[in-house]
Design a protein around this ligand. Structure first.
Ligand code: ZN
Length: 233
């Protein structure tokens, strides 16, 4: 096999390896993401805390309500009990009484919306938990599938890498070094063919002198585009 043919074959193998590596990484990334479960668990936690806070708020309002009710009742007993006859004192109690009643009305009004909000959060949490259970179940089977696929791809990659290394071992060092450098810098294309005097890499027609040089060379030569080596074979 000529050097050019060996390099073209090596390039084919290297391109296939690059595709396999990309596919392997896609699988790896999906495995790392755990199907979005960590984010969903975090959301469940946050919603659970919000639900607890909403319940706490209702409890706080209810305890305020009880206190205010007994306060109002106590003030009314003093107001209408007949024991206090001093006008100034009565006026003071009346003022306190109407303030307490206003506050009582406010607290009473805020209980219903707080209950609606708590119920809403409770429902959200229940939905999330059920969603999480579903996703955990489907992730378990997906994860098994991915692990199998990953190990299969890994084995195939290693087998192809051995073939690649065997191919490379037959290529002279200087040619291999040039090829490797270009393959990396030119995104997986190091050797291109020249067809009827035209470089298939950059679509430029080669000067006659270059063609003559190419034909007498023992392997591919650099194209004027500088991106690739060219060969007629
Ligand atoms: Zn070119």
């Amino acid at each position: 096999m000529t050097i050019a043919k060996s390099l073209l074959s090596l390039q084919g193998t290297d391109q296939a390896l690059a595709i396999q590596r990309r596919e392997y990484r896609v699988i790896e990334a999906e495995l790392d993401s755990e199907g979005g479960l960590p984010e969903l668990r975090q959301l469940c936690e946050k919603t659970k805390i919000r639900e607890l806070e909403a319940k706490l708020e209702i409890a706080r309002l209810e305890s305020d309500l009880a206190l205010l009710k007994s306060n109002v009742a106590e003030l009314e007993a003093r107001l209408y009990g007949g024991a206090i006859t001093n006008v100034r004192e009565l006026t003071a109690i009346e003022t306190e009484h109407s303030a307490a009643r206003r506050k009582l009305a406010q607290v009473e009004e805020s209980i219903a919306p707080a209950e609606v909000s708590a119920e809403h959060t409770r429902q959200q949490y229940a939905d999330l938990i059920s969603d999480l259970a579903d996703k955990e179940k489907s992730w378990n089977s997906r994860q098994l599938e991915l692990r199998k696929e990953k190990s299969k791809k890994g084995t195939a990659f290693n087998e192809m890498l051995e073939i690649r290394n065997a191919e490379a071992s037959h290529i002279p060092d200087d040619h291999l070094a040039r090829y490797t450098r270009l393959f990396r810098s030119n995104r997986g294309i190091a050797v291109v063919r020249v067809d009827r005097g035209i470089c298939q890499g950059c679509a430029v027609r080669l000067p006659v002198g270059e063609l003559t040089r190419l034909r007498s060379a023992d392997g591919p030569i650099p194209c004027s585009c500088g991106r690739a080596l060219i060969t007629e074979q």
